[in-house]
Design a protein around this ligand. Sequence first.
Ligand code: CA
Length: 362
Amino acid sequence: MNRRKFLKAAGVGVAASAVFTTNLYAKSVTRLKVCLSWPKTLPIMGEGALWFAKRVDELSGGSLKIHIYGANELVPALGVFDACSKGLIDGFHSGPYYWKGKNMAFALFSSFPFGMVADELEPWFDFAGGMDLWRELYARYNLMPFKGGNTGNQMGGWFRKPIKSLADMKGLKMRIPGLGGEVMARLGVKPVNIPGGEIYTALERGVIDATEWVGPSLDTIMGFQKVARYYYTGWHEPGSILEMTFNKKKYERLPKEHQAIIEAATREMHARIFSEFQYQNALKLQDIISGKYDVKLGNFPDDVNEAAKKAIIEILNEYSNKSKDFAKVYENIKSFFPKIRKWTDTLPKWYLDIRDSGTIVD
Ligand code: CA
């Protein structure tokens, strides 16, 4: 029996059959403008935002359209927070540490030097109060944040000269933003913040002596391996959280179904971006290890690491004394961080010994 005959036989008219081809949602389309603090073409992060828009479109049957604008297309890269807060745009993909100047507590939502790593941050946000605190503070700016990816642990940076002891750090000009930069300043480094597009030339010409960026995944695309030979592991960004944040009033006016779709799609994007960072970092690190570039890979000397640990504890305590919001978020972290670290440290010593010497399939 063909379809037409079947429908006739079943007593179902043409009008009813149309139900099967129409999407589940109303025909009206809601459109949201989301701006990025990076180009749309930036691998992993910009591409992740575009993927999010596509996913929202699929999940909503086309009834919710996210229009993605790269950095500076509608508003300046770091103007997205204010623009969204005022309702000039509907959302943005960025990182909470950029807004430390508005409220220093925001720096804590990106993790901080020697702080929690990606798999420790997840339960902090979801179950230990991190997300509630973030939303409570952002609500003052009419903003509603969601996790928007995690870069995973970042590399300490590229240096033109080797770092053999703490003395070698003194007087270095290094591009390093945020709390990492403040730690470096206490080690005698002169931290500078220059836009991503200008770092390569500044490093090549010796205007700066060192830079951090992300990790092998994105650093090798920037070409830093051509102009700095020494690449060190680091502690300044152990698991930087990105954000997909919406104008709160606009978000609250969306139908519940659309809110649920945004909740689900941001979670998917968040997981996808972290997963891709891990994947790309692994592949690109292998290029460095295999000698594809003339790069020396290493760790900072112990005296640098010890001085940095001391510095971040001082900074966190100083900020807690200056800001009630910072103190409140930091107190929450202080109660949870040791517990989760105890758990993530339960990998037994023999496992770590095997891990240090490679994997079982080497
Ligand atoms: Ca970085």
